[in-house]
Design a protein around this ligand. Structure first.
Ligand SMILES: [Zn+2]
Length: 469
């Protein structure tokens, strides 16, 4: 039911959207804190006050506890947890992936989620891990798909999620997504990716997620299952992920680990609390470490910083500067940079989804040379038709007499018609001294243009140096 998801703003493959559920409409991208029904580190009503519009809990854990199960059926999930906004439920697939077997049938756990009035129910799929044999990935995907067809045929009032599996086989991910697209589901989680994130395999994560996205098309909301570290929100959102769940805020707190948008700190190795959230404002590091409430306080910080980053991602999408945020965030870890490069290599796909309206292009680092806008120039530059003498220059005072055409030159774009100087992206703010990546890309683009115009005679006069011959 695509009308339950409305897209308001776009940037790269990311978007700000509205997802309608039985318990209200939430704005995406949204982070769902994971609520442990037995032992919530932060009570769900407090999560709401902290700014979490939606939470996720595990229906399998509730189902396996006879007392909780009866209460959930009698009172409903929202009353049981004490959370009035939308609640998504997981099916026990995670337990299946850890323990190899669970004590409930796919139909039973799905009907249980319907009975307790989950806003987004998830059928019990098989979360195939990365790097398994193709035979295993295919056979598990087939079982998942049979269950999905059965799930889609059931009567329901809430939303239904359609997990997309396929291990690290990008063609299987894309095929699974195309299969899912034609079934009546509402939300599309990309599953089985936690091991990739735990191992910092962001390049593979980009391959897996973009394959699923290509198969799904752009209009469907996507959940990146298990993505709870704020460090990757910008990258995941740029690929078009709309929902995120965080068990990380609590798991990391239990290990004395302090989340930031740049990575994870260990409390005992830190000297300060570099954050403005209420916890870090009201406590020194020593007070936090000595507090009997340390884990709960740390969980709060971890969640604050995560919710804050989600707001930053949304603001960046709205103003069309998500790539700038990505470049900043992906400098936190070399593997993140690998992920960004992998996404940059998908420029044609990104471009097909990217909105026209953008904020100013800022050239911030060598990664800016592979922005989709630069790649678009590279692909289209051979459309410029030239005859006779052509001057390519970065000097606005250059003597242009005797030239049939004058083209301006700016790394990383290379040559462009001067009448485009004030239009996006040629009005980019670039450093006074271009770096090698920008100059190389400009040289490549120049060569493309020269080859496309074999009859023209080119003269290159550049103040930045005699770089291109
Ligand atoms: Zn804090």
């Amino acid at each position: 039911m695509p009308d339950r998801f409305e897209i308001l703003h776009k940037d790269l493959a990311g978007r700000i959207g509205r997802l309608s559920t039985l318990h209200g409409t939430i704005e995406t991208p949204a982070l769902m804190p994971v609520v442990n029904p037995h032992l919530p580190l932060i009570p769900p009503d407090e999560l709401e006050k902290m700014g979490a519009d939606m939470v996720i809990t595990n229906s399998y854990i509730i189902h396996q506890d006879p007392d909780l199960r009866i209460q959930a059926i009698e009172r409903g999930l929202h009353d049981l947890l004490g959370f009035s906004g939308p609640i998504m439920t997981d099916s026990g697939a995670f337990q299946l992936s850890v323990y190899g077997d669970i004590d409930v049938s796919p139909l039973e756990i799905l009907n249980f989620q319907f009975a307790i009035k989950s806003d987004i129910a998830v059928p019990l799929d098989i979360p195939t891990p990365p790097d398994v044999t193709r035979e295993r990935a295919e056979s598990e995907l087939q079982i998942t798909e049979e269950r999905l067809v059965q799930a889609a045929s059931l009567e329901r009032s809430g939303l239904l999620a359609c997990p997309i599996q396929g291990s690290t086989y990008t063609d299987l991910r894309e095929k699974a997504a195309r299969f899912a697209r034609d079934l009546p589901f509402d939300v599309y989680p990309v599953g089985g990716v936690v091991p990739l994130m735990e191992a910092y395999r962001y390049r593979d994560l980009v391959d897996v997620v973009t394959s699923a996205k290509k198969g799904l098309g752009s209009g469907r909301p996507v959940h990146l299952f298990g993505a709870g570290h704020p460090m990757i929100f910008a990258l995941a959102a740029a690929m078009g992920c709309d929902l995120f769940d965080s068990a990380a805020y609590a798991l990391f707190a239990r290990q004395d680990r302090y989340l930031t948008v740049h990575g994870t700190g260990k409390l005992e190795e830190m000297s300060y609390l570099p954050c403005c959230c209420p916890v870090c404002q009201e406590h020194t590091l020593k007070e936090l470490m000595d507090s009997p409430e340390k884990t709960k306080l740390l969980a709060r910080h971890n969640l604050y910083v995560s919710l804050q980053e989600m707001k930053q991602v949304k603001e960046s999408i709205r103003e069309g500067s998500l790539w700038d945020l990505l470049e900043t965030r992906c400098r936190s870890h070399p593997r993140m940079l690998d992920g960004l490069k992998r996404l940059g290599a998908q420029s044609q796909w990104l471009e097909s989804l990217d909105s026209a309206g953008k904020s100013t292009f800022f050239y911030l680092s060598p990664e800016s040379a592979s922005r989709p806008e630069v790649m678009r120039c590279a692909r289209r530059i051979d459309r410029i038709s030239l005859q006779g003498n052509v001057l390519i220059t970065d000097d606005s005072q250059a003597d242009t007499s005797g030239f049939a055409h004058v083209l301006h030159f700016k790394p990383p774009f290379g040559p462009y018609p001067p009448e485009l100087s004030e239009t996006y992206p040629f009005n980019a703010e670039v450093p006074e001294k271009a770096d090698d990546a920008a100059i190389n890309q400009a040289a490549i683009n120049t060569e493309f243009m020269m080859r496309a115009n074999p009859d023209a005679r080119f003269c290159i006069r550049l103040k930045i140096g005699d770089l291109i011959k």
